[in-house]
Design a protein around this ligand. Sequence first.
Ligand SMILES: [Fe+2]
Ligand SMILES: [Fe+2]
Length: 265
Amino acid sequence: MTKIGWATDIHLSVCDDKTRQRFYQEICDARLDQLWLGGDIGEADNIEALLIELLEAVEIPTFFVLGNHDFYFGSITNVRALADRICKQHQSAVYLSHARVQEVTPQVGLVGHDGWSDGRIGNYETSMVMMHDYRHIQELAEYGKLERWEMMKEQGDVAARHLYDVLPEAMQRFKEVFLVTHVPPQREACWYDGQIADDEWAPHFTCKAVGDAILDIASQYGDTHLTVLCGHTHSPGTCHPSPNVTIHTDGAEYENPRLARIINR
Ligand SMILES: [Fe+2]
Ligand SMILES: [Fe+2]
């Protein structure tokens, strides 16, 4: 049996040393075979130190994607390159956005991508929401609202292209596939306080490009079940958008990182 721990939005940069150590101890005590992380680990200027600290503390294979916060005070391109460098130096780490299909067990596969809120669900044009992303991430801060939207859509498309590259192979090879991403890929997966996001918030908290790719690919492999694990809203909920797809959006709390789910396979 393979025991997997899943955590998302751990935001280690807002935790003091004691809180981070408590989280690493929780992972060690759970005697996991693998750790899966859903992004928002830190920010651009501290993620390297925090991720390495975690990897060295837990000493188990760790598969991760990045969230919007991980790019704050830096750029998407540079932080993704940094993630690649960390994985080169630490054999236990795999950055799923740049990785092929991972075999968890002979029956279970894993793929993933950061995803990106692509402004395609809800009403981006009328929404008054101004995310910190739009000020603190280099690629987005350079633009006004409408140009930024094009950039967001492009990032969503990058995520979808990666999934078209890896997910069909995973669905074909395995009976069960897990997909780890940061941003909820559908409005129905975008929970906040037990409610689904409205037109004002959904553009900033969903990745339609990834959602469409998931449903399209999953519909071609009806015998394989796809479980999507995501976060970003810090609010939990589950939806079943098609017979062989389940999406778990898991909750999180600032300054209290914890395992959201244990998966035994
Ligand atoms: Fe978060
Ligand atoms: Fe996030």
